[in-house]
Structures are given as C-alpha cells and as structure tokens.
Write a protein that binds this ligand. Sequence first.
Ligand code: SAH
Length: 209
Amino acid sequence: MLDEFRGQRERMVVELVKQGYLRSEKIIKVFNETPRHLFVREEDRNFAYADYPMPILAGQTISAPHMVAIMTELSETNPKDKVLEIGAGSGYQAAILSKLVKKIYSIEVDPELVTFAKQNLGKARIKNVEVVHGEGSKGYEKAKPYDKIIVTCATPEIFDSWTSQLKMNGILLAPVGGGFYQELLKIRKTKKGLEKKNHGGCAFVPLRR
Ligand code: SAH
C-alpha cells in the first residue's frame, strides 16, 4: 500500500513482531497491507497506528492492534475458510481476516456500526466480508456451518448456537467473562467434545442483547 500512513503502519508491524504478537509471514504481510486509518473516525486517523483500542461510534471501540494480531494468529486461517465474526465494529478485524480466508460473515447489533463497518470495508475495497445487522448470540444460521467463529465482544458464556454452527474440528475464539476483564478462550470442536484452552486476560466491550 502506498499511502501517507505507510511509515507508521510499518513501524506498528515491526513493534508487534518484536513483542511476539505477530509471528506468521502471511499475517505480517496482511497487517502491512491493511489501511487501519480507514477504520477509525476521520479525526483519529493520526493515531490509527498506535497500539491501543480507540473509540469509534456508540461507545464502542476498535480493538488494539496487538489484540487483532493475537486473535488472527490463534484462528489458524486457511484460504478455504468460511468465518463468522460476532461484533463487526469498525470492520478492521474482518478486513485483516478477509485476506487470509475465503468469506466472512460479520454480525453487528448496532445499526450505526453496521453502516460504519460497511463504509470502511468499502473504502478499503474489501469484497468478501458481508456485514449483517443482527444479535450475535444466536450466531448466523443462514450461512452455517463455519470453519471459525471469532467473537470480538465480551461474552458471559459460550452459546450453544455458536458451537452448533461450527464445523467439526472448527475453532471458536471468544473473550469469556462478565466483568471488565475476560479470559480469551480457544475452543476446538472435536468428536470427543469441546477442547478449551485459555490464552490469558483481555478486555473487550460487552456483548449487548
Ligand atoms: N471487531 C471489531 C471490534 C468491535 S468492538 C473491530 O475490529 O473493530 C465489539 C462490537 O460488538 C461492537 O461494535 C458492538 O456493537 C458489537 N456487539 C455487542 N453486542 C453484540 C451482539 N449481541 N451481537 C452483535 N454484535 C454485538
């Protein structure tokens, strides 16, 4: 990408690699190619490449770059994947994943943010993300089953709708917990049941119903 933010973006990526958040060549490349400044409010563009979450609209936030890096690395992307995201927000996490998988459905509960995410993805010329207005705890029946489900709002529990819409051997990533902090869980659906692994503390805005 040749734009005025290229230098800032490369510095952000170098930092994320140095700190161990970004590891895979293909994901590093995608971070370097994705214009994060198109996913924040216009007045915040100069801060788009700093490593912290930022307010977008309606009291919601775009996740910090290192959190997007962690989620993307954990999702074991495959070019054939169909992914469900819960919480489109700015659309940035979906934009990153879009270049690593086949198709993404991203559910967003807030109509203003549905528009915001769609506009941002349009500006970035991303075509394989479908932003859907809806309540994400029900998943999205219409396009099931999914190879991966990525939850980007704090959820009090793992809803059955998610695990039932996930393919066998599929991966579900979710920040689980009711308070300000949650545990990032990676869950694999196997024939023997759900295998859970805890990937540490995180802080997402809560799932709203
Ligand atoms: N992935 C986003 C981060 C979004 S913050 C990004 O890259 O910018 C969490 C988002 O989840 C907010 O946009 C919020 O409106 C949305 N959300 C909260 N509860 C939801 C629900 N029940 N269903 C769908 N989206 C929800």
